[in-house]
Ligand binder design. Structure first.
Ligand code: NAP
Length: 547
């Protein structure tokens, strides 16, 4: 229903959802199926979320394709065919467009529109959501599907405006192809985005200079086209794939081997790690059950990967610069195609900007403490303000006008119940929010679980005439404490990364992800629902008696 207020239209819906990526699309589908009127607001001109924006050369997913999709519809699963082991960005975007078409989702999505603010109106028990188009959406439920890593981090380096060449951030890549042919290109950053794009850019550019602050561990993806027979079998085993996405630790079928790193002899360990290396992808992560908690054991795995880097990279000085010294797997465990091999090319050079920091961007290139590098194009592969960045971009205000940013002390202290809700913000849900398992696994699996929990919850509220759901302060305190306790027992917290917020100058250090694994988390959420939403306060709507 559309009303008019101060010449701006007001749309009234049951639920407003921000974002038309994996989470927003499925949320829309589920709510519509359940009979809730829903409006999705999306800043981009199309569906896809991060896969709409991250169009940089070499962009691929690091979950295997057969798991990197929805599993809620057997028909959908069987209709779509992935071409290779790790899906590339254009193919994932085609998949999400296919989903949007199949379920006719676009008619409830408003594209090219940003949400400026969302405020809870206590008197009316509704969320008033202000769009940058001037429209207002009034909704009973406010749901964020803004992604965990969707707000680009463009470092504040002096002089970028005076650079005469072109510059791009991997997370906001243009739709048209950027042609590097014959150009001198500089890439700043060696996280997943840098490591994926560097080998592809190197093949095109006249010269590529990589500006590396922190070397990263990466193992070969061993990407390959899928065999049609494998795909046929996968589709036949749809139920099993769905079970694996729901019941395994990170939603990709793999289980951790039930053995400590320190239980193996050096010979056994070498054999296990070599086999995992040969299989490619995330196999090393699953080779032992204590990689992320065992300092001594982690070092042994890190030594193994470092030895591989030294073997691959021919120039010893470059190889030494590429050797990471943090705990393996505590920054994102990256998988690549020919990343370290790329440094054997004559047209590629590596600059250590920890030793000689970037001082400024000049008209002609990048000046570090060591000198000036002349460039035609600069690629910022400098990552994102993760977990809270996209939530804080929207002015979200709960009870008494308190903003989410204030409540979470500007990110210093996220407080949630189950990573889905936060006290003082009634009828608001965050899909893959801080303190949920989210990025520590296969996102579509995490997203399906969240979306299904939220839509089941809304149906429960409707059936029981509940007007307001809100977590109790005690439940929230316990959940946030539990998340921190689990994280503090791991090596994640000892490494500077976007997980810990260390990549954003001035951002408070924390670890806002539930590390207990997808399957245990699902069980906890299910138990909460089964116990009549234990830890939440549910307020029944006042009955109006007919006169
Ligand atoms: P990232 O992992 O945060 O890496 C950013 C890189 O830029 C780091 O090497 C960082 O160095 C460097 N950097 C940042 N500011 C800098 C500065 N001022 N000067 C010099 N270097 C600077 O970001 P990302 O590579 O975009 O990846 C982010 C996350 O997105 C990944 O961890 C992953 O979860 C996801 N992702 C996944 C895929 C995939 O599925 N394959 C692909 C891309 C991204 P420091 O390490 O020193 O901070």
């Amino acid at each position: 229903m559309t009303l008019k207020q101060q010449n701006n239209p007001i749309t009234e819906v049951d639920a407003v959802v921000i974002g038309a990526g994996f989470s927003g699309l499925y949320m829309l589908y589920r709510l519509r199926e359940a009979g809730f009127s829903t409006k999705v607001v999306e800043a981009a001109s199309g569906v896809g979320g991060v896969w709409y924006w991250n169009r940089y050369p070499g962009a691929r997913c690091d979950s295997e394709s057969i798991y990197y999709n929805y599993s809620f519809s057997e028909e959908l699963y069987k209709e779509w065919t992935w071409s290779s082991r790790y899906p590339e960005q254009p193919e994932i975007l085609r998949y999400l467009n296919f989903v949007a078409d199949k379920f006719d989702l676009r008619k409830d999505i408003q594209f090219n529109t940003r949400v400026n603010s969302a405020a809870y109106d206590e008197e009316q028990n509704r969320w008033q959501v202000q769009l940058d188009s001037g429209e207002l959406v009034s909704a009973k439920y406010f749901i964020t599907g803004v992604g965990c890593i969707s707000t680009a981090n463009l470092p504040n380096i002096k002089g970028v405006d005076q650079f005469k060449g072109g510059w791009y951030h991997t997370g906001h890549w243009p739709h048209e192809k950027v042609d590097f042919t014959g150009k001198r290109v500089g890439v700043i950053g060696t996280g997943s985005s840098g490591i994926q794009s560097i080998p592809v850019i190197a093949k095109e550019a006249a010269h590529l200079t990589v500006f590396q602050r922190t070397p990263q561990f990466s193992v070969p993806a061993k990407n390959r086209p899928y065999d049609p027979e494998f795909i046929r079998q996968t589709k036949e085993n749809y139920q099993e794939i769905r079970r694996q996405m729901r019941e395994t630790p990170i939603g990709v079928g793999a289980q951790y081997r039930d053995r400590s790193i320190l239980d193996d002899t050096p010979e056994e360990r070498q054999k296990v790690l070599q086999e995992a290396w040969d299989k490619g992808g995330w196999h090393i992560l699953f080779a032992y059950n204590d990689l992320i908690t065992n300092e001594e054991g982690n070092k042994l795995v890190a030594d193994f990967v470092r030895s591989k880097i030294q073997e691959i990279v021919k120039d010893p000085e470059t190889a030494a610069k590429l050797a990471p010294d943090h705990y393996y797997g505590t920054k994102r465990a990256i998988i690549d195609t020919d990343y370290f091999e790329t440094y054997n090319r004559d047209n590629v050079s590596l600059v250590d900007v920890k030793k000689a920091p970037i001082q400024e961007i000049t008209e002609n290139g990048i000046r570090t403490a060591d000198g000036e590098y002349e460039l035609d194009v600069i690629v910022f592969a400098t990552g994102f303000d993760g977990m809270t960045g996209s939530l804080f971009k929207i002015d979200i205000k709960g009870r008494d006008g308190v903003s989410l940013k204030e409540k979470w002390e500007n990110g210093a202290q996220t407080r949630t119940y189950l990573g889905l809700t936060t006290a003082g913000f009634p009828n608001m849900f965050m899909l893959t929010g801080p303190e949920s398992p989210s990025v520590l696994g296969n996102m579509p699996a995490a997203i399906e679980q969240h979306v299904e929990w939220v839509s089941d919850c809304l149906e429960h509220l409707r059936e029981n005439n509940v007007a307001v759901i809100e977590p109790e302060g005690k439940a929230e305190d316990e959940w946030s404490h539990h998340c921190r306790e689990l994280a503090d027992a791991t090596l994640y917290v000892k490494t500077d990364s976007w997980y810990t917020g260390a990549n954003i100058p001035g951002k408070a250090r924390g670890f806002q992800i539930y590390v207990g694994g997808y399957a245990p988390y699902r069980q906890i959420c299910d138990e909460v629902a089964e116990k009549d939403y234990e830890g939440f306060s549910l307020t029944v709507a006042e009955q109006t008696t007919p006169s």
